[in-house]
Design a protein around this ligand. Structure first.
Ligand code: FAD
Length: 567
C-alpha cells in the first residue's frame, strides 16, 4: 500500500499503455515511481484495443521509410495545426521507444507490411509497414497479476474466448490462403493448454491490446514498480507555479502524495463523461456510443490540469468510430457497443443518411467516416445516426459489428427480439425503408445506383475501392472492384450506425517534450500529459492503424527522458 504523504520522484496517473510505458522507463532511468489507476484493473482502453502502434521509420521498414517522408505525411495530415517541432519529436522518438520496449521491457513488435496508411494518396504515405503489432505474451509470466489485467472484449476473440493476433484475425476474416490451418492451430493451442484451462477459462496467450498492456504490466511486475488500483486522481498539488504532487482517493480514502520530479498525466480522454461530451463534442452525442471500457475515462486529468492553469486544445475532436449496439444474449437489459471498423468496405452494402442518400465513400477509415457523418449532419440534419444497408449475400459472408456472418450464425440462431430492433430485415428494399424510417424511393434509387457501380467496378460518386486502403478492407475474391457488389438478394437488412468513438483526443496542451503548457504557452513546472488526456499530436487526423497508441507511448517515453535529463 501507500501512505499519506508518500514521496516519489515521478507519479504516473493512469495505467493504459502510455502510463505503463512511462512507469517502466522511469524505473529504468533510476527514478522512483508510483503508478496509480482509478479502476480495479490495469490496462485501460489500451488493453481492449487492437494493440497496433503506428511507428514511422521503424526498424522493419529499413530504407522504405525516412524522416523527411514521415514528416511530410504528418504535416499534410495535421494541416498546420501542430508545431513542426512536436511532429518531429514523434518521428524521432517512436522507433527508439519501440527499441527500448523490445530490448529492455521484453515486448517486441512486428511491422504489418500490408497494412496501409489511412490516407494512402497523400504525400509521404506508405502502402504498409508503419503499423506494428505486438508479439503475443504468455500470461503466466504475470503470476497473480494476470487477474489484475483488464480482459479483452469477447468479440475480439474466437468463440469469445480464444485470443488471436492481428495477423491471425486478418488471415481468418479475409480467408487468406491457408486460413483453415490458422483457425485449427489457434484452437488446438488453446485446448492443449489443459493445466491452465483448469485454473481459468481466460486464454493464457495474450494478443492485440492485451499483449500490449500485458507486456508492459509484466515489465512493471518484474521491476517491482509500486502500482495501485482503485486509486483516483482528484487534484494536483501546486507549489507556486509548479506541480509537486497529487491528491487521490484510494478506495474512498483521501491521500496526498508528493512527486519530487514530475507528475505524468496518462488518464485517458473524457469519452465517458456525458456532460463534457455535450460541452465540447458536436451533438447529438452519447457516452453510450463509445466502445471504450465503461466508466473510467471521465476527463478527470483534463479538469485537474485545467484547474492548475493548463491550456486546452482539440476538445471538439475524438478518435471517431461508427458503432452499433448489441444486446447481451445472457444478461437481460444490458448491451454492448461494437465498433464497425472493417465491414464498411466489403462489397454488397451501402450506408445512407436518413434521407436515403449516400454521403461518403463508406470504406474510408473509421475516423474519417465519423467526420463525414458530422459534416453531412451539418448539411442535412439527417445523419448521426445513419444506416448500413446490405443484402442476403452480404449477411451470409461478412461480419457486421457484433453479428457473425450468417454462414456461422444464421438468422434463425439470433434472438428473435433482435429483428427490427438491432438487425432490421425485410423482403424488399421498400419495406426495409419503411422499417427504418427512410424515404423508400430515395433508398431504392441509391441501391440501384450502387448496383450499377458494382457492375462497372467504378463508384463515380465517391470512389469506393479506388485506393489501397479501401482494398485492404475489400474482398479479394470479388471483381472488378473488391469493395463493390450488388445489393439484390432478399431478404434485405439494415443496422443503425451511431457516431461513436474509441476515445476522445482533445485535452491538455503539451509541447514537443510532453510538458503541459499554460495559456501563455509556458510549461507548467513538473506537469506532463500523454495519451488521450493531452491534445493529440495528430490533430484531427488518424494517420494509420496505431495512430493513437503510438503517440501515447512515444510521448510517455519522451516525458520520462525529459524528467531524467533535468537533474
Ligand atoms: P487508456 O488506455 O484508456 O488509459 C487510461 C487509464 O487511466 C485507464 O486505465 C483509466 O481507468 C485511468 N484513469 C482515468 N481517470 C483516472 C484518474 N482520475 N486517476 C487514475 N487513473 C485514471 N488505438 C491504436 O492506436 N491502435 C489500435 O489498434 C486500437 N484499437 C482499438 C480497438 C478498440 C476496440 C478500441 C476501443 C480502441 C482502440 N484504439 C486503438 C484506441 C486506443 O485504445 C486508445 O486511444 C488508447 O488506449 C488511449 O490510451 P490512453 O493511455 O490515453 O488511455
Amino acid at each position: 500500500g501507500i501512505a499519506d504523504g508518500a514521496t516519489f520522484d515521478v507519479i504516473v496517473v493512469g495505467a493504459g499503455a502510455g502510463g505503463m510505458l512511462a512507469a517502466n522507463r522511469a524505473h529504468d532511468l533510476g527514478l522512483s515511481v508510483l503508478l496509480i489507476e482509478k479502476s480495479d484493473r490495469f490496462g485501460g482502453t489500451s488493453a481492449v484495443s487492437g494493440g497496433a502502434i503506428w511507428v514511422p521509420c521503424n526498424d522493419d521498414l529499413g530504407a522504405r521509410d525516412d524522416r523527411a517522408k514521415a514528416l511530410d505525411y504528418l504535416r499534410t495530415c495535421t494541416k498546420g495545426q501542430v508545431a513542426d517541432e512536436k511532429l518531429a519529436a514523434y518521428v524521432d522518438n517512436a522507433a527508439p521507444m519501440v527499441r527500448y520496449t523490445a530490448d529492455k521491457v521484453g515486448l517486441g513488435f512486428k511491422a504489418v507490411m500490408e497494412y496501409p496508411d489511412y490516407y494512402p494518396d497523400r504525400p509521404g504515405a506508405l502502402p504498409g509497414g508503419r503499423t506494428m503489432d505486438p508479439d503475443a505474451v504468455d500470461g503466466a509470466d504475470l503470476g497473480e497479476d494476470f487477474y489484475s489485467l483488464r480482459e479483452p472484449y469477447a468479440l475480439m476473440r474466437l468463440f469469445g474466448r480464444i485470443s488471436m493476433t492481428v495477423s491471425e484475425a486478418r488471415a481468418i476474416t479475409t480467408k487468406k490462403a491457408g486460413w483453415p490451418l490458422v483457425v485449427a492451430k489457434v484452437i488446438a493451442r488453446y485446448w492443449a493448454d489443459l493445466g491452465w484451462r483448469l485454473k481459468t477459462k481466460r486464454d493464457r496467450r495474450l494478443a492485440m491490446g492485451n499483449a500490449l498492456a500485458g507486456g508492459l504490466l509484466r515489465g512493471l511486475v518484474r521491476r517491482r514498480v509500486t502500482r495501485v488500483l482503485n486509486t483516483r486522481l482528484v487534484d494536483l498539488v501546486r507549489d507556486g507555479e509548479g506541480v509537486t504532487g497529487v491528491t487521490v482517493s484510494r478506495d474512498g480514502v483521501p491521500l496526498t502524495l508528493k512527486a519530487r520530479r514530475g507528475v505524468i498525466l496518462a488518464a485517458g480522454g473524457f469519452e465517458r463523461n456525458q456532460g463534457m461530451r455535450e460541452q465540447y463534442l458536436p451533438g447529438p452525442t452519447s457516452e453510450t456510443w463509445s466502445v471504450t471500457p465503461f466508466p473510467n475515462n471521465t476527463g478527470d486529468a483534463i479538469r485537474a490540469g485545467r484547474t492548475a492553469g493548463a491550456a486546452l486544445e482539440f476538445m471538439d475532436l475524438a478518435w471517431w468510430a461508427p458503432t452499433m449496439r448489441l444486446p447481451s444474449r445472457h444478461t437481460p437489459n444490458t448491451e454492448t457497443r461494437v465498433g464497425m471498423f472493417m465491414e464498411r468496405g466489403w462489397p454488397g452494402s451501402v450506408i445512407v443518411n436518413r434521407l436515403g442518400q449516400r454521403f461518403v465513400n463508406e470504406a474510408i477509415s473509421y475516423n474519417d467516416f465519423g467526420y463525414a457523418m458530422i459534416d453531412d449532419n451539418g448539411k442535412t440534419g439527417a445523419n448521426t445516426p445513419c444506416w448500413m444497408v446490405f443484402d442476403a449475400t452480404f449477411r451470409k459472408k461478412y461480419v457486421v459489428g457484433g453479428l457473425m456472418p450468417g454462414m456461422l450464425e444464421p438468422d434463425r440462431s439470433l434472438p428473435p427480439e433482435w429483428f427490427d430492433t438491432v438487425l432490421y430485415r425485410a423482403e424488399t428494399v421498400g419495406e426495409l425503408a419503411g422499417k427504418i424510417g427512410v424515404p423508400a424511393a430515395a433508398l431504392a434509387a441509391t441501391v440501384a445506383r450502387m448496383n450499377g457501380f458494382a457492375r462497372t467496378g467504378k463508384d463515380t460518386e465517391f470512389g469506393r475501392g479506388d485506393n489501397v486502403y479501401d482494398r485492404y478492407f475489400g474482398d479479394r475474391f470479388v471483381s472488378p472492384n473488391p469493395c463493390l457488389g450488388p445489393i439484390e438478394k432478399a431478404p434485405f437488412y439494415a443496422v443503425r450506425v451511431d457516431l461513436g468513438d474509441i476515445g476522445t483526443k482533445g485535452g491538455l496542451k503539451t509541447d514537443a517534450r510532453a510538458r503541459v503548457l499554460d495559456e501563455a504557452g509556458r510549461p507548467i513546472a513538473g506537469l506532463y500529459a500523454i495519451g488521450n488526456c493531452s491534445g493529440s499530436v495528430m490533430a484531427a487526423s488518424y494517420p494509420g492503424a496505431g495512430g493513437t497508441l503510438g503517440p501515447a507511448m512515444t510521448f510517455g517515453y519522451v516525458a520520462v527522458n525529459d524528467i531524467a535529463a533535468a537533474r
